[in-house]
Design a protein around this ligand. Sequence first.
Ligand code: SOE
Length: 404
Amino acid sequence: MGFTDLRSDFPQEAYAMAKELRIGMLGCGFMGKAHSNAWSQVGHFFDREHRPVLKAIYGRKEDMDKLEPFARRWGYESIETDWRKVIERDDVDLIDVCVPNHMHHDCVIAAAEAGKIIVCEKPLAMNAAEAEEMVAAVEKAGVPNMVSFNYRRVPAISLAKQIIDEGRIGRPFHYRATYNQDYTISTKVPQGGLALWRLDAKVAGSGVTGDLLAHSIDTAEWLNGPIQKVTAYTETFVKERVHAETGKVEKVDIDDACMFLAVFQNGSLGTFESTRYARGRKNYNTLEVNGENGAVFFDLEDPHILQYFRYADPDTGKKIEDHLTGWQRIHVTNAEHPYMKNWWVPGCTIGYEHTFINSFADFLASLEGGPKFQPDMRSALRTQRVCDAVLQSAKQGRWVEIPA
Ligand code: SOE
């Protein structure tokens, strides 16, 4: 009674008929989880011609106790313990590189040579030299590619971009970024292994510069244009830690904290601060841009809010400051706001995982004839060059120009 058979109803059928995009996932850690979730969800919230299918996942043999339950939980059809095998498979269209940084270079180049579509986690590489080879390989192969700087797709950050591009803040004078956490303060935290490879320079390439400031740099250049030069200072507060894999106390070679000054090509000045020793700060990724006619402020610990200060009318340049002037807290959940019409009703927020879903929605759209996805590997190479310049400046105690 009253039963409707939905199996032949339009949306399900259309979804089932969508072109399969067979995913080969490399990695089953934090990012493997964020990306697996995003591939699983994207078709539920965005209309796309492709239907991601979780085909195969790679993890190390030593991590089988994590890999197998992970693969089952997310519904991967098969497991590989040799990443090259995933890339060689004919039933995989897209390689998603979520393994630690020191593997990105070889995985991306092999995937490009195999003609696969490529998604790569940030930072693109251990350094710019590696990143250049990766860009050369994907461009030679002509394969679509994206780098997962997911914060561009936080709706509030996308709205900041819209406000800036609409000319509402006018000439920018200052760009201020922080990216602070506190999870490595204890000297007992080991370095290395599945969970803490970010503390091992041989695997991560650098510390907060590549891990956290790469995000801030990508966002900054997106919002405020290219950085021309930097001067930096880094510190390693805990000099030795037990290595989780060898069990031995080993020297720590990553930067625990990094601060740098930047001059942007548009003449504005930037300050960037990042540390994993800011007690109380968990994922304090903030940005503020102060322009002649207005300003924007964002804090990832309050992700659905964009603060906007309106000083002058962008069209007339006339001052509108009066007794009601102040920072506006925009709750970025309206259908008019970036991405939000695909989610819930106004007032209902989205979170961290949605930034990956929004990214994949845009990447799929780009595969289907939509706007070219950014950042691709060529853009991420620029970020890598800024990271290298920051580390070089800290080592040499001088300003370093960013190569064009
Ligand atoms: C580090 O703790 C980390 O997981 C980064 O690697 C991610 O890129 C960032 O989004 C959250 O913090």
